[in-house]
Design a protein around this ligand. Structure first.
Ligand SMILES: [Zn+2]
Ligand SMILES: [Zn+2]
Length: 129
């Protein structure tokens, strides 16, 4: 049995998962954190581009990306995943629109930590002294 799902391709930045990547659906693009707006509040298929506008810390371990649809302006949020680009996350989190989830002066330090790792999984560990 061969499951050949159509590969995800980000309509915004063109990102595609590596061949053999286990996941088949990507609620949002881990490279630019954009997504496609599926059903809106009225249950209609929208198809607009969901642009990341902020990050909010739901709980200590759960961060969500706040997205806004470029077509219908509906706001939605999507849980962040370990695949998400830490650099992109930081750049969105630092936007003045939302409260940064960490002190701004920590930014450079964080970028270094995350840049070297390429994943966000160990981040909390680093911060907890
Ligand atoms: Zn993308
Ligand atoms: Zn929409």
């Amino acid at each position: 049995m061969k499951i050949e799902k159509e590969r995800y391709r980000c309509p915004v930045c063109g990102w595609t998962p590596r061949t053999g990547e286990g996941r088949k659906d990507w609620p949002h693009c881990p490279n630019c954190l954009s997504g496609i707006h599926g059903k809106n509040e009225e249950g209609l298929e929208c198809g607009g581009i969901l642009e990341p506008v902020g990050i909010w810390v739901k709980t200590d371990k759960e961060w969500e990306i706040i997205q806004r649809c470029s077509l219908c302006q509906e706001m939605t949020s999507d849980p962040m995943s370990a695949d998400d680009s830490p650099v992109k996350v930081l750049s969105i989190a630092s936007k003045p629109l939302s409260e940064p989830p960490f002190p701004v002066e920590k930014m450079e330090e964080l970028t270094k930590i995350m840049g070297g790792r390429g994943d966000i999984g160990g981040y909390y560990h680093e911060q907890r002294k």
